[in-house]
Ligand binder design. Structure first.
Ligand code: AMP
Ligand code: MG
Length: 358
C-alpha cells in the first residue's frame, strides 16, 4: 500500500450492537488471505491475523515493530476450538474458562504442533482467550479460524482503546480497522499460566487474584526476572511497556500538590528568567491524572487534568483513554496520582509502573 495514502480508508465503523455482516465477511476474507485486521475486544484493540498461517503472523510482528521473542494471544470462538490448539486441558483450565470465558482472561497451555512457532515465539505453550466483545465474537464466527492478536499499536506504545488510535499508530500497515468505539475494560487481559502446578498469575488485569483463587486455589507468582530476561519470561513484563509519549511521574496526592506548586511558581516568574531557561523546561505545563479528592484538589488548576473514577474497574476503563488524551494535548509530562495498594488495583498499578519506567 502507498505510504502516503490516507489512512481513513482502512478505518471502517461497525455497530457493536448489530455488526454488519457484509463488513465482517470482508474482514474475514482479508484474514483468510493472510492480511491484518484490527478489531475491538473488550480489553483493548487487537491486531489480528490467521493464527495458523505463519506468514500472516509474521506480518503482525513487522507491522508492530515487535521483537520476535514476544508471543501472541490466540483468540478463539469457543472452548472446543481452544482444545484443538493444545495437548493438555487441565481441570484448572476448565474451571477458569467456565467462570470467565468469554472475557478478559488469557490461559497459557501446552501447544500442539499446528500452532506456528511464530505465534508462541518458539515456546512450547500457547496463550488463548475467548473475547467477549460482540465485534470480536462476530469476526471469529465469520472467519471460522483462530485469530492471533496482540494489542494494535507499535511496539512499546500505549495500547489503543479506539479505532482512531489504531489508525494513528498503525495507519496503512493494516488492511482494515473495524472501529467499534471505545473498548469497555480498557486494560489488557489477566494472564494465567495453566502449565504449572499451581497455576501462575503471569499478568494482572481487571480479574483480581482473589477472584481467581476462589475458583482454582492459591496461584503462584512468576519467578523474579531481570530486565534482560523479562521479555523471554513473559513479554508483558518488559519494564517499559504500555507507555504514552509523555513522561509519567507517579506521585501521591501530597507530592502531586508540591509538583503543581513548583510549576505554578515557575509560571509566575519574570519573563526574563523564563527566557533564560532551556526551551523545554516550561514549554508546556504538565498534565495530571487523579482519582482521589485530595488528588483532584491538588491538580485543580492544571490545564490538562483528568479526574478518573475511584473504583478500579471504572478507572481501568478510562486510564488509556486519559493517557492518549495527555499525548493528544502535547503535554511532555503527566503527573499520575499513585493508586491504592489494594489488590483490586494490581493490574492498574502494574501498567502505571511500566508506563513510568525510565
Ligand atoms: P499483548 O498482546 O501485547 O497484550 O501481549 C501478549 C501477552 O500474553 C504477553 O505480554 C504475555 O504476557 C502473554 N503471553 C502470550 N503467550 C504466552 C506464552 N506462551 N507464555 C507466557 N505468556 C504468554
Ligand atoms: Mg501490547
Amino acid at each position: 500500500m502507498n505510504a502516503s495514502a490516507p489512512t481513513h480508508g482502512v478505518l471502517r465503523p461497525i455497530d457493536p450492537a448489530h455488526p454488519d455482516e457484509a463488513l465482517l465477511q470482508e474482514a474475514a476474507a482479508l484474514l483468510r488471505g493472510g492480511g491484518l485486521v484490527a478489531f475491538p475486544t473488550e480489553t483493548v484493540y487487537g491486531l489480528g491475523a490467521h493464527a495458523l498461517d505463519a506468514a500472516a503472523v509474521r506480518r503482525i510482528f513487522s507491522a508492530k515493530g515487535r521483537p520476535a521473542f514476544n508471543p501472541l494471544i490466540v483468540h478463539v470462538p469457543d472452548v472446543a476450538t481452544a482444545k484443538t490448539l493444545v495437548t493438555a486441558w487441565p481441570e484448572v483450565a476448565d474451571r477458569l474458562a467456565a467462570r470467565w470465558w468469554p472475557g478478559p482472561l488469557t490461559l497459557v497451555l501446552p501447544k500442539r504442533a499446528m500452532v506456528p512457532d511464530e505465534v508462541t515465539a518458539g515456546r512450547a505453550s500457547v496463550a488463548i482467550r475467548i473475547p467477549a466483545h460482540p465485534v470480536a465474537r462476530a469476526l471469529l464466527a465469520a472467519v471460522g479460524l483462530p485469530i492471533a492478536a496482540p494489542s494494535a499499536n507499535r511496539f512499546t506504545e500505549l495500547s489503543p482503546v479506539t479505532g482512531a488510535q489504531v489508525a494513528r499508530s498503525l495507519g496503512d500497515r493494516v488492511a482494515m480497522i473495524l472501529d467499534g468505539g471505545r473498548t469497555p475494560v480498557g486494560i489488557e487481559s489477566t494472564v494465567v499460566d495453566c502449565t504449572t502446578t499451581p497455576p501462575t498469575l503471569l499478568r494482572p488485569g481487571t480479574i483480581t487474584r482473589a477472584e481467581l483463587e476462589v475458583v482454582v486455589g492459591p496461584l503462584q507468582d512468576p519467578a523474579p526476572v531481570t530486565d534482560a530476561e523479562a521479555p523471554r519470561a513473559a513479554p508483558g513484563m518488559i519494564a517499559r511497556h504500555y507507555a504514552p509519549r509523555a513522561m509519567v511521574r507517579l506521585l501521591d496526592a501530597d507530592a502531586l500538590a508540591r509538583a503543581v506548586a513548583t510549576e505554578r511558581q515557575r509560571g509566575t516568574e519574570a519573563p526574563a528568567t523564563r527566557e533564560a531557561e532551556p526551551v523545554s523546561a516550561g514549554a508546556n505545563r504538565p498534565a495530571a491524572i487523579t482519582w482521589s479528592e485530595a488528588g483532584r484538589a491538588a491538580a485543580a488548576d492544571l490545564h490538562v487534568h483528568l479526574h478518573l473514577d475511584a473504583s478500579p474497574l471504572a478507572y481501568a476503563a478510562e486510564l488509556y483513554a486519559a493517557l492518549h488524551a495527555v499525548d493528544d494535548a502535547g503535554c511532555g509530562t503527566v503527573l499520575v496520582e499513585q493508586v491504592p495498594m489494594d489488590p483490586a488495583w494490581d493490574g492498574i498499578r502494574d501498567r502505571l509502573a511500566r508506563a513510568a519506567h525510565p
